[in-house]
Every structure is written in C-alpha cells, then in structure tokens.
Design a protein around this ligand. Structure first.
Ligand code: ARG
Length: 577
C-alpha cells in the first residue's frame, strides 16, 4: 500500500472537483511532526493562487469535496492552507494484516511494467576492479533488484571496456612472455602487476611500443591469432570481475556482459548515419558533431568526436551504437546509466545527439545516474596506504577480517566457523551499505571505523537490529505467521511503528524512480529506531495474551520489512550475531 500515492489521488480529485486545473498537484508528503498528522498536502496554496482564491478558502472548498472517512479520522486545514491528515488506527491495522498474505508484504507489481535497461559496473578490463567501481556496481545492483521486485522487465548491461589502445600493450606483453616461455596465466593472476609491467615496457622500449601499436591495428582488423590472445586476456579479466561480484553478492553474470567490442562492426554505420543526416562536420581531420546546446559563453562548442583522423572510433561512437541497440534490439522504455559524475557532459551529449539523430523513440527515457567519488580521509580520492588505487578484492578481504575481529571480541564463546560467516556477512554489508546509504550524487569518505560501527546508520547496526527482532519472535516459541488475531494500536509507540511499516512501499518506489537507494537505507534505519522505541515502551513476551499476539505481529512485520528491504539492497541478513 502506497499511502502517499493514494492520498495524492484522492486529494487531487477533490481539488479538481473544487475548481482547480487537472494538472494542479496535491503534493502530499509525510508530516515532519506528529501534531501535523501523518501526512500533509502542500498543493493547495499553488492551486489557489492560480484560481486567484484565498488558500484557506480553497482548502475549505477542497475539504467539502474530500471524503477520507474510510482511512482518516481527522482532516484539518492548518497554517496558510495546508491539509493535515490523521490516519485511523483501525485502517492502519487492516493494512498491516494484509502483510501476512504474502512475502511481498502486500506490495503489488506495477500495472504497466517497463523494459528498463540498466548499464552498471562496466569496468575497464585492462585492469582489476578497484574502489572506483564499487559505487556503480553496488548502487546499480540495488536499483536493478528493486525494479525487478516491482515487476519491471530489467535488462542488465555490463558495458565493459575491452577495446581501447591499451589492449595492444597488454597483448604485446603476453607475446613477450610467451617468447620467454613464461607461464602467462600465472602472471595474469595479478592484473595490476601485469598492467604495470606492460606499461613499463611500453614507456621504456621503443620496439615494444611499436609492436603494441601494430597489435591494436591487427586486433581491430580481426586478425585471428591476435584475437585468440585477446580472448585469453579478456577471459581472465572477466573471471576476476565475477569473483568480485560473487563476493559482493551482486547479481551480474557473464550473460550480462555486453562489451564495447560487440559494437565494433556497427560503428561505421553510426558514422554513416550521422553523415546522411547532415550532422557531421570535419574538424582537423576528425569527424565531429557540433551541437549548439554545448556552447560556452563565448559561443565555443565542445564537439562530440565520432571518428579520429586515420579512421579510429571513440568511446562516444560506441555509446551511440549502444543507444541504438538498447532501443531497437532490447526495446528499452528507460535506459539508466550508473556512471561517475565526471562523465556528465559525455552523457548529455550522447543523449542529445541520439535524439537529434532519431536513435531513440521520443518516449524513451535516457537517464544518467551520476555518482560522486570515494574519498580518503585526506580529502583526495581513496588510495591504499602505499598510495596505489585500492583493489576491490583486497578491500573486501580487509572488510571481512575487520568485521570478524569485531564480532569475535563480542562473542568469545562462538564457534570459529560461525564467526567467520558473520564476519563475511557483516564485512561485505558494511562496505556496500556505506556506499548505498550516502546520497548517490555526493562524494563520501571511506572510513573503516564509521562503516563498521554498531551505532548510527550502518550495516552492523541494522543487521544487529534485525537479529534482535528475529530473536524476539523466535523466543516467543509461536508460529507467528499463523497468527490472525487483531493488531491493536493502543500505545502511541505501537501506532508510530504501524505508520512506519506502512510507508515501506513509498521508500521502494523512490529507489525505483530516482535510482537512489539511500532513501531505502534511511527508511530502514528509521524503522529500526522506531521499533526500538516501541520495544522499550511496550513489552512483548511477558504481556498478556491478546496484547502479546498483537505486538508479536508488529515485530514480525518489522523483521520481514527489514529482511526484504536489505535484500533489495543486496544485503544478506543473519538470524543471530
Ligand atoms: N568503462 C567505463 C569506465 O570505466 C564506464 C562505461 C560506462 N557505460 C557506458 N555506456 N559508457 O569509465
């Protein structure tokens, strides 16, 4: 049940009946303070202004057309013309009783599912995944899970970089190792080292550099031997990625890889089409598109370069081909790009050009979902202690170890195997949650102590809160899922918890609409806090039968909501820790 949507519809209809334009929004929000009720409609003032009416008069006229008696016991006008809505406790209990019916907690699939193509993770395969890939991978995956849960048809696209000039250098290095009869697979087991060694040869050895350039040409013209070598490299690199996805609990698999190289044969077509449409202009020998939208104050335009002097194609050309593929072959209604904010101009240009060239339907939404940088405590992009970029796999190992140390200190009598498992779950969850819980668009500081803290909006806090709620239910010794007695909301803390539980769907919807998982994180953190306040004020296990049964159902609903919410974020839960 999405209360906000329901109230928006009802109040807007009443506003229209009272004379407002069809397009006048009701703007219903959750109230910030209890005295303003549970929800507040803020749209009256705007609509009244358009009608040249006094806001309070228009609010009154709207109320005369509004019947919320089934779900609210008080609806009042406040301040300059807000409408405050106080929900009925009985109605809240009925909503919660519906939660019992299925493990979706009564959240329905959308009526009109969309095909949503989600471009995420998309690392460059020349190197190993590093901390910079965490955000796209983890945030993208949470949004994908949420969209699927709501019934949308999601197509994952891991747009990995496998086709740049760097590959010439890497192939030349593989060739050299072969010639020295060094076991190539051994050296490839650490891609960072491999990349660095290849780069050193490239920078210091002119013959090697020349060979590398030759190999790029052979590769791109489809030379078989060269392709075989390249295949071997790509395979190893993708296997490294997959290990990281598995460790992270990310739903990407080999079938979702749609690499840059896959578009190679279509790039000339893209350029030709732009040419036919008269969009291309030659500039210093390169093929460019100049769009006025991208002019600066001096009128200078940053062009989109689609073909270099000499015929080579670029990152942008591939992205244009990808847009066409996503529209025509994948039939996207929406395409979401979880890519670093520093590529904002690139995507604006690709989207604008795709529309001009008719590569996408008018109704198709292309959305860049930018994210900020992971920073170190020194205020610069996060690096390892030795100053290198932090490899994701090493970071995750450290997270597991640190979490293990923490839980082992708390539970000296627990078996090693269970401790290791808790350490793994908590460690991985901490890294993911630290990322997910921050507003996507801002930078954030990577800090072990804050992300592993048992206090505040962190994974350890939420996982611990979940295990506590689960253990209360377990200790009742009852099959709570079979309880069908009434849920009575008598105490204010019971009511507050019920309202919070009923707002779950609103949080999920926000994640799906805006691609921002931090809304769900904030919701879960609030829910856990609301439960703790309730639990302190309202004893469960030693209350008398009827009260106990009612409160137990609130506890079960809390546990189910937390578990489902965390699973949509891609976070595993623990029944004890
Ligand atoms: N491989 C690119 C990088 O590491 C990201 C690709 C994002 N997706 C896209 N369609 N351009 O920066």
């Amino acid at each position: 049940m999405n209360i906000q949507t329901l109230l928006n519809q009802r109040i807007q209809a009443a506003m229209v009946a009272a004379g407002a334009a069809e397009s006048a929004p009701a703007i219903v929000r959750q109230s910030a303070k209890v005295q303003f009720g549970d929800y507040q409609a803020n749209g009256i003032m705007g609509a009244a202004k358009a009608l040249k009416m006094k806001p309070r008069d228009f609010a009154q006229a709207t109320l005369e057309k509004l019947d919320l008696s089934d779900l609210a016991d008080k609806v009042e006008i406040a301040g300059p013309g807000f409408i405050n809505i106080f929900l009925k406790s009985d109605w809240l209990s009925q909503q919660l009783a519906q939660f019992r019916q299925d493990d979706r907690l009564d959240i329905k699939e959308v009526n009109a599912p969309e095909t949503v193509v989600v471009d995420y993770s998309s690392p460059n395969l020349a190197k190993e995944m590093h901390v910079g890939h965490l955000r796209s991978t983890v945030i993208g995956d949470a949004v994908v899970r949420t969209l699927e849960f709501l019934g949308h048809m999601v197509v994952r696209q891991n747009h990995v970089g496998d086709w740049g000039t760097q590959f010439g250098m890497l192939l030349a290095y593989m060739e050299r190792l072969r010639a020295e009869s060094t076991e190539v697979s051994m050296v490839l087991s650490d891609l960072e080292v491999f990349y660095r060694s290849a780069k050193t040869c490239f920078d210091e050895d002119e013959a090697f550099a020349a060979r590398a350039r030759e190999l790029v040409v052979s590769l791109q013209s489809g030379d078989e031997e060269c392709l075989a070598l390249w295949d071997e490299f790509i395979n190893v690199s993708l296997t490294h990625c997959e290990e990281t996805y598995q460790e992270l609990g990310v739903s990407l698999e080999r079938q979702h890889v749609m690499p840059e190289s896959a578009y190679n044969d279509d790039l000339q077509n893209v350029v030709n089409e732009l040419q036919e449409q008269g969009l291309l202009q030659e500039s210093n020998g390169a093929q460019c598109v100049f769009m006025e939208e991208f002019a600066n104050k001096e009128g200078e335009i940053t062009p989109v370069i689609v073909q270099k002097t000499g015929g080579g194609f670029l990152y942008a050309t591939t992205d244009l081909a990808a847009v066409r593929f996503r529209q025509h072959t994948l039939s996207a209604d929406r395409v979401l790009y979880f890519v670093d904010a520093r590529q904002a101009l690139h995507f604006q240009q690709i989207f604008t050009l795709s529309r001009k060239a008719g590569f996408v339907k008018e109704s198709t939404q292309l959305e860049h979902m930018p994210f900020g940088t992971v920073m170190g405590s020194d205020g610069k992009p996060f690096k390892t202690r030795s100053g290198g970029v932090a490899k994701l796999s090493e970071l995750l190992d450290e997270a597991k170890e640190r979490a293990y140390q923490l839980v082992a200190a708390k539970n000296p009598e627990m078996e090693e195997e269970e401790l290791r498992n808790i350490g793994r779950v908590v460690g991985i969850a901490s890294v993911k949650y630290a990322d997910l819980s921050k507003n996507r668009t801002s930078d954030y500081v990577f800090n072990w102590d804050t992300m592993l803290s048992f206090e505040g909006n962190t994974a350890p806090y939420l996982l611990y809160a979940y295990s506590r709620v689960a253990s209360i239910v377990k200790r009742s010794g009852m099959d709570v899922s079979a309880l069908t007695t009434d849920i009575n909301l008598l105490e204010p803390q019971e009511r507050a918890l019920a309202v919070k539980l009923c707002q779950f769907e609103e949080a999920i919807q926000q994640v799906a609409n805006d691609g921002m998982p931090h809304f769900l994180c904030a919701y879960l953190y609030d829910l856990a806090g609301t439960f703790m306040t309730f639990y302190e004020a309202c004893p469960i296990l030693n209350a008398e039968e009827e009260v106990k049964n009612s409160r137990l159902q609130l506890a079960v609903n809390t546990a189910s909501s937390m578990k489902l919410g965390l699973s949509l974020l891609g976070i595993e839960t623990l029944e004890r820790m």
